[in-house]
Design a protein around this ligand. Structure first.
Ligand SMILES: Nc1ncnc2c1ncn2[C@@H]1O[C@H](COP(=O)(O)OP(=O)(O)O)[C@@H](O)[C@H]1O
Ligand SMILES: [Mg+2]
Ligand SMILES: [Zn+2]
Length: 229
């Protein structure tokens, strides 16, 4: 028996390592260390995910539903996240549409947080942040590297506020390139918008919307009252 200063007595395992014999350290300490490492990795992923601080704790459990449709959408989003490993190769993409305050960003972030718990990386960005980021770049080479490196390679992209700042040719082209390059490489994207189907179609065009209606992806309408009211 050996004694750990924190956890008391434990029976060490004998580990033969070449000619030398080692004894394992306290298993509870090893557990604590592994847990801490896992937490640290999650914190790191969370920082890189772009989830706004206000939404860092907005998991599915915190999403309250007061009508059947909201409950169904919440369950569908949870299923999407829980089964992401199976969904990922198909590139199944979704559009969440509805008035401000209905919980689109909340559920979008719930998906990201759920994936982080699985050790999967997802990226949250509002479209106008990407527009601003692009405007700060000088050459189109730099822009291509960014679009391809960051917005194509991430496993899941949550693109929020689509429709806001999406009127110039530059913005429309940018949106199309991000969505299309992901589509062609079977990378799933979740698009969040305050626009309804008709208005979204006018702003981003049918050919982008079509990218989302394949492979059991789909269009989800959040047509209930704002949660803020
Ligand atoms: N069903 C809900 N249960 C709990 N909180 C909610 C719900 N819907 C919205 N909220 C909260 O209300 C605020 C606004 O929601 P948000 O997700 O930003 O709406 P949207 O993106 O549709 O405009 C957020 O703080 C969010 O967490
Ligand atoms: Mg929002
Ligand atoms: Zn110990």
């Amino acid at each position: 028996m050996k004694t750990c200063k924190i956890h008391g007595e434990y029976k060490p395992q004998k580990i033969c390592f070449g000619n030398s014999v080692l004894y394992s350290s306290c298993p509870k300490c090893a557990d604590d260390y592994a847990k801490e490492e896992k937490k640290e990795k999650r914190r790191e992923l969370l920082k890189r995910s772009g989830v706004p601080i206000r939404f860092e704790n907005k998991g599915f459990d915190s999403f309250v539903t007061s009508n059947k449709k909201a409950e169904e959408i919440k369950l569908t989003m949870k299923k999407y996240a829980d089964n992401f490993k199976g969904i990922k190769p198909h590139g199944t993409s979704l559009i969440l549409s509805g008035n401000p305050g209905t919980g689109k960003t909340h559920l979008g972030c719930s998906i990201v947080l759920n994936l982080l718990d699985q050790g999967e990386m997802a990226l949250y960005r509002s479209f106008y942040d990407i527009v601003a980021e692009m405007r700060n770049m000088f050459s189109s080479d730099e822009k291509d590297v960014l679009i391809i490196g960051k917005y194509l390679n991430v496993r899941l992209l949550i693109l929020d506020e689509v429709g806001v700042q999406c009127s110039s040719d530059f913005e429309k082209d940018l949106l199309f390139r991000i969505i299309n390059s992901r589509y062609e490489n079977k990378r799933p994207t979740i698009l969040l918008t305050n626009l309804n189907y008709g208005d979204l179609e006018k702003v981003i065009g049918q050919r982008i919307i079509d990218r989302f209606n394949e492979k059991k992806g789909g269009f989800y309408t959040f047509d209930w009252e704002s949660y803020r009211k």
